[in-house]
Design a binder for this molecule. Structure first.
Ligand SMILES: *Cc1c(COP(=O)(O)O)cnc(C)c1O
Length: 456
């Protein structure tokens, strides 16, 4: 009998996060101040973040030790299983081996607590009493609500309105952990009110919700700090526990992946899974292909520009060099709410622009079809975000079938879809729309990029 699940013990919870900045063969341009467009100082960032996280953001160290209280909480669900999708392989009649890392095993059902717990810990250490944040599908809000609850920190969540309406149970989950949740755009902030005046029906976007959460923290006179669930260097680094465990689990399986795959919203689950494999590529001569999957409705990597842009809609967040559709771009209301961000993590963008990783965009309907095939073979219901990675894993396996190659495919199962049943209901009843590239809206939004000296 072949093994299906590759399981590690609690002693195998990683003791350090991997900082890929130590191994990059190219430079990531510095973040800029949103008003002066000059490189930002730690003092500017310290309005929003505790100094320990700011230092991690710019650290040249290859490994950063995971504090004991963080590992102690990680042990509630880590190490997560690595599972070989043998029934899916059979259904596809492919010679490929397909593995997935199951991050749906966390208490709130996704990879997001890996950084939420770390961020709440460092904020607690710095004396922070309250945090603000945004959330798309509600996965990040749920993760941070749990983490803040564990460390006794208050939390305000600005939740993208379309998701707030489509996914009410996520709101309840956040409220169970004691968080306050608002449908963004709200009338609680200048940027929310400005947007509502223009478009009272606005379904919001991650860019807008970030602006609201940042504005509230920035104007709190130091009472509230802000926490971001993706994009930033330290967030991606916290997620590398996923890839570090995966490397050990592939070793247990006696195989090494030819291709690793992850879906990308801001880039954190993809980075957490793939960066340790990219380290092996960069330092040990491995040749694994690394593929990021995005929705065609929000095609940051396949259709965006690699340019300096604001991290948020209201132009209050730092300006970073990234692959972007323009900060004013509001994507169609696809069901993968967590993938609706106009930009991409600077580290992931840099790796793509310098050709260390690949990117693919997929349509909404084929991702749900992939999810249903996965459900019917493996019995697990993926989040619509995760379904993007599954789509491409299946496509890679079908390609292997054509060529007869015994390829090893590994993808990150970023989260389960138990609270996305409304989306599956729409799909099951034929009500799901498909989307082509929104090229006109992108061309329009890209006109608004900030004019940065030596920016590109
Ligand atoms: C938030 C989320 C994503 C997208 O965010 P990344 O930072 O790109 O990982 C993907 N999958 C799930 C399940 C999520 O909750």
């Amino acid at each position: 009998m072949e093994t299906t699940k590759f399981l590690l013990g609690e002693k195998d919870v990683p003791k350090a996060w991997y900082n890929i900045q130590a191994d990059l063969p190219f430079k990531i341009p510095p973040p800029l101040h949103p008003v002066t467009l000059e490189p930002i100082t730690p003092e500017f960032l310290s309005v929003l973040f505790p100094m320990s996280l700011i230092m991690q953001e710019v650290s040249p160290e290859r490994y950063i030790e995971i504090p004991e209280p963080v590992r102690y909480i990680y042990e509630l669900w880590r190490p997560t299983p690595m599972i070989r999708a043998r029934r899916l392989e059979l259904a596809l009649d492919t010679p490929a081996h397909i593995y997935f890392k199951y991050e749906g095993a966390s208490p709130v059902g996704s990879h997001k607590p890996n950084t939420a717990v770390a961020q709440a810990y460092y904020n607690k250490e710095a004396g922070t009493k309250a945090l603000t944040t945004e959330t798309g599908a509600g996965q990040w809000g749920s993760a941070l609500a749990m983490a803040c609850h564990f460390f006794g920190i208050d939390l305000e969540v600005y939740m993208v309105k379309v998701s707030f309406q489509q996914k009410p149970y996520r709101r309840v989950m956040m409220e169970n952990f004691g968080a306050k949740v608002f449908a963004s755009p709200t009338d609680r902030t200048d940027c929310g009110r400005a947007l509502l005046a223009k478009d009272p029906q606005s379904g919001g976007s991650l860019g807008v919700a970030i602006s609201e959460a940042v504005e509230v923290a920035a104007k709190s006179g130091g009472l509230k700090k802000y926490s971001l669930g993706s994009v930033l260097n330290h967030v991606l680094m916290h997620q590398t526990v996923v890839g570090e465990e995966s490397l050990k689990q592939m070793e247990m399986a006696g195989e090494y992946p030819d291709v690793v795959i992850g879906c990308v919203g801001g880039g954190s689950n993809f980075a957490g899974f793939s960066f340790p494999f990219i380290r092996e590529n960069l330092t040990k001569g491995k040749k694994t292909r690394v593929v990021a999957v995005e929705p065609m409705a929000c095609p940051t990597m396949t259709k965006g520009l690699y340019a300096y842009d604001y991290g948020d809609m209201a132009m209050m967040a730092p300006v970073v060099k990234m692959e972007t559709l323009g900060h004013g771009f509001i994507p169609p209301s696809i069901h993968a709410g967590g993938l609706r961000y106009h930009g991409m993590a600077p580290l992931v963008s840099g790796l793509h622009a310098n050709k260390y990783i690949e990117a693919v965009a997929v349509k909404q309907l084929p991702t749900f079809e992939a999810a249903k095939l996965f459900l019917s073979t493996e019995g697990m219901l993926p989040a619509p975000e995760t379904a993007h990675a599954i789509r491409v894993a299946i496509d890679e396996a079908l390609e292997a079938k054509k060529t007869g190659q015994k390829k090893v495919i590994a993808f990150n199962f970023s989260g389960h879809g138990f609270l996305d049943l409304g989306s599956y209901d729409v799909f099951n009843h034929g009500g799901l729309e498909d989307y082509e590239y929104p090229l006109e809206a992108i061309a329009e939004a890209e006109k608004d990029l900030p004019k940065v000296k030596n920016g590109s």
